[in-house]
Design a protein around this ligand. Structure first.
Ligand SMILES: NC(=O)c1ccc[n+]([C@@H]2O[C@H](COP(=O)([O-])OP(=O)(O)OC[C@H]3O[C@@H](n4cnc5c(N)ncnc54)[C@H](OP(=O)(O)O)[C@@H]3O)[C@@H](O)[C@H]2O)c1
Length: 289
């Protein structure tokens, strides 16, 4: 694996964004459903992110549903000119907090309009098609029909750039034959590195790769090696996990999620953490590939 020099920004679609962004999913209530436990605290995290210079926020109207987008609008509108908000469509929520595919033409069009309305925007900068053939992992299957719907919405001026989420390499190739793909958002972190080859392919094409669950998601990363490296570097394990991703490849855009201003600040400080080669080697040994 190449150890790359880190650059502060990478172009997402056609706009440079800081490589350390923010994922807003954790702002909804328990199970990513309903209102947050601490409404004022959620607004404070979003405002602190912008104050710290973050200009890339990941969200979806199916977080809550609607809740996360409404919090973003309440906290940040009118939006800073340089802020890129990325959303995803393709899923809907059941009353029991469950996740279901929402891939029909009508559902996709409705989802884009729901995002625009709840965020208070006229056009979405980036919309990811979140593939739901398997809710919690990738599964093969053609994405032509739903992606063609998003491409039509792009033609109509409602979407500037299209991305893919929860996809295989085959689906990325199929997607790129249908429309320009600005980013791929898949599960990837220190311990889950099934997308190593895809990341390198996309880096060669200057396409952003956005790892979701960068810190392990609902089960935060835990590893003796990670803790040992963190202690050596006088950093926290989460900071090392972030710095490792930043060093992994220049096309990685990070969206670690948190509902805490203290954790947000800790995570942002990881941008200045440099992991020496021997520690990178040790960290590279953690993954099951
Ligand atoms: N495309 C998809 O299918 C998909 C799926 C999942 C997520 N996403 C996106 O990816 C983003 C990131 O994923 P995620 O938020 O689920 O997982 P994550 O970033 O891997 O981890 C978030 C968890 O880590 C904790 N955390 C954050 N910073 C910490 C720190 N410094 N120290 C200790 N704990 C810390 C958070 O708790 P606290 O709140 O207590 O800080 C939260 O429980 C989401 O926000 C969402 O936008 C996309």
């Amino acid at each position: 694996m190449p150890t790359t020099l880190r650059s502060d920004t990478f172009v997402l679609g056609d706009r440079p964004v800081r490589r350390l962004g923010y994922g807003a999913m954790q702002l909804a209530g328990p199970g990513v459903f309903g209102p947050p436990r601490d409404h004022a605290g959620a607004l404070a995290v979003l405002r602190a992110a912008i104050e710290a210079g973050i200009n890339h926020i990941d969200t979806s109207d199916f977080y809550g549903p609607h809740v996360t987008n409404q919090l973003i609008r309440e906290a940040l509108s009118p939006y800073p000119d340089d802020l890129v908000i990325v959303t995803k469509v393709g899923a809907r929520r059941g009353q029991d907090k469950s996740w279901h595919p929402a891939f029909s033409r009508d559902e996709l069009i409705q989802a884009v309009h729901d995002n625009l309305r709840n965020l208070g925007r006229d056009v979405m900068e980036v919309v990811n098609l979140r593939v739901m053939f398997n809710t919690h992992g990738v599964a093969e299957g053609s994405i032509e029909e739903p992606l063609t719907v998003l491409a039509e919405l792009q033609q109509r001026g409602l979407i500037r750039h299209i991305g893919l989420s929860n996809v295989t390499r085959t689906q990325v190739a199929e997607g790129r034959s249908i429309c320009s793909i600005a980013c791929v958002q898949n599960l990837y972190n220190l311990a889950n590195r099934h997308d190593d080859a895809l990341i390198d392919e996309l880096a060669r094409e200057d396409i952003a790769y956005v790892p979701y669950f960068p810190l392990g998601g609902f089960t935060p990363l835990q590893s003796t090696t990670l803790s040992e490296v963190a202690a050596q570097l006088d950093a926290s394990p989460m900071q090392v996990a972030i710095a490792w991703l930043l060093q992994r490849s220049p096309n990685l855009l990070l969206i670690p999620g948190t509902s805490s201003v203290a954790h947000l600040k800790e995570n942002l400080a990881a941008a200045s953490l440099s992991i020496p080669a021997d520690a990178m080697t040790a960290l590279n040994g953690i993954a099951s590939r």
